[in-house]
Ligand binder design. Structure first.
Ligand code: F0G
Length: 458
């Protein structure tokens, strides 16, 4: 039996969840057009749709919320957050934002011009969309190992340095206003980036005069992987590793809904004073005054406390242990997942579970529906529903390399028996997998179609 460290907390407040009977689940599926985004949270037993904003806050965070200072400008809450942000990340300047994509929008508004290129290991979809919205070209240059689910490479989020060099040479450094790297790489399986690779990335960008911005949504999980897997880091604290990581960069965007364990919030940090001036003006236009950035004072206080809790090693050992535990139990049921397990989520290889369903009939979506039907569990398809598109030049359908079902684990929310329930449910599905059918669209919007599409079973 796989094991992981016991939760380094005990439970003081509970929220009831209810397993509705199979007939009601069938009705809920039909009404939702077989899209789990349209199922009511009330009808879900275990919700693994996302780890974003879904974690449990601590008593210290709730206490901090009571100290929230709701002054429009210069609130005490802002200065408490400022102290934490400076202490952990060490950039010269920062602004709060209401979530990660708001920070991305402000950054793109200030730095990205039409026709420019922004390389990363892999951009998350909101980052990708924010760059495109300004006429830029987001480019993913992750190592090839990232596309082989069985490859156990310890840092599958790494960027391919040769590809990065070649790319900058091809488009010209003048056309690259900033370079990015996402830690951990969510779009590629929650996989970490090594410090060695981060140093090489920073070196390539800086040699060409390109500033490096880190998408730091899950930086603490990435730092813990570095401590566990990279030679020379076992004796360093997570905060020391974070310092080393951010000292390589010129700024960062962060969705605080992940490793800062809050329900809402984000950060945009930078070293450049001129950029900070522009960011503040843009922020006032779109988010709010620079000392609150679209958040309430109490949200800033919850974030200031959560940032430190996200760095706690006992918590991180339990957190990453829980994810690895779920992956192992799912593998024991004969279902392959991206190896090694990611930090925040387990990514199931739906194409391997349902080899008789072609990509055009959405194997990831079929597995997602079946998980709800069998156990009222919600995951999210990351495959053809999300990414397949018609090529503008050839008119042919282009399918993604992988058909995945992501099970993201909210922080400090579910226990081992919840994880066992998920694995046992999947084991039952695996036994009857040959009889599972595919789906077809009855409605699909042009962009970001996974959110609102409707389906029919084939
Ligand atoms: N960057 C990464 C790596 C993310 O995973 C996310 C969000 C964002 C940026 C955007 O942050 O949601 O606060 O605006 N990821 C969530 C997910 C939605 O489910 O993976 P946001």
């Amino acid at each position: 039996m796989p094991t992981y460290p016991p939760e380094p907390f005990r439970i003081k407040v509970t929220e009831s969840i209810r397993l509705i009977p199979p007939a009601e689940r069938e009705k809920a599926l039909k009404e939702a057009g077989y899209n789990l985004f349209a199922v009511k949270a009330e009808d879900i037993f275990i919700d693994l749709l996302t780890d974003s904003g879904t974690g449990a806050m601590s008593q210290e965070q709730w206490a901090a919320i009571m100290r929230g200072d709701e002054s429009y400008a210069g609130a005490r809450s802002f200065f408490r957050l400022k102290q934490a942000v400076e202490d952990i990340f060490g950039f010269n300047y920062f602004v709060p934002a209401h979530q990660g994509r708001a920070a991305e929008n402000i950054l793109a508004a200030c730095l990205v011009k039409p026709g420019q290129y922004l390389p990363s290991n892999m951009h998350f979809d909101t980052t990708d969309a924010n760059i495109r919205a300004r006429g830029g070209h987001p480019t993913n240059l992750v190592i090839e190992e990232a596309f082989d689910p069985a490859n156990p490479h310890p840092f599958k989020g790494n960027m391919d340095i040769a590809k990065l060099n070649g790319f900058i040479e091809k488009v010209g450094a003048a056309k690259v206003p900033l370079g990015m790297v996402t830690v951990t790489n969510n779009a590629g399986g929650g996989q970490p980036v090594s410090m060695e690779n981060l140093k090489a990335i920073a070196d390539v960008y800086h040699t060409s005069g390109i500033p490096l911005f880190i998408d730091a949504a899950r930086y603490a999980e990435n730092c813990f992987f570095i401590k566990q897997r990279e030679p020379g880091y076992a004796q360093k604290s997570i905060k020391e590793i974070a310092h080393e990581m951010f000292a390589l960069a010129d700024g960062m965007t962060m969705s605080a809904k992940k490793d800062a364990i809050v329900n809402i919030g984000g950060l945009l940090c930078m070293n450049d004073e001129k950029l900070f001036e522009n960011v503040k003006n843009e922020l006032i236009l779109r988010e709010g005054f620079p000392t609150y950035g679209g958040l309430a004072g109490r949200d800033l206080d919850a974030m200031a406390v959560g940032l430190y809790e996200g760095l706690d090693e006992a918590y991180l050992a339990y957190r990453l242990g829980q994810t690895a535990y779920l992956a192992t139990r799912i593998n024991e049921a004969g279902i392959p997942t991206i190896q090694p397990a990611g930090g925040h989520a387990v990514y199931l290889d739906a194409a391997a579970v349902l080899p008789h369903i072609p990509q055009s009939e959405f194997p990831g979506q079929a597995l997602c529906v079946e998980l709800y039907r069998e156990g009222a569990i919600r995951g999210v398809e990351i495959g053809s529903v999300m990414f397949a598109h018609t090529d503008a030049d050839t008119g042919q359908m282009v399918y993604p390399k992988l058909e995945l079902l992501r099970l993201a684990i909210p922080r400090r929310t579910y226990t081992q028996s919840h994880m066992d329930y998920v694995a046992d449910t999947l084991a039952r599905i695996k036994k009857r997998s040959a009889s599972i059918r595919g789906y077809k669209f009855t409605y699909a919007p042009e962009l970001l179609r996974h959110f609102t599409a409707r389906f029919e079973p084939l």
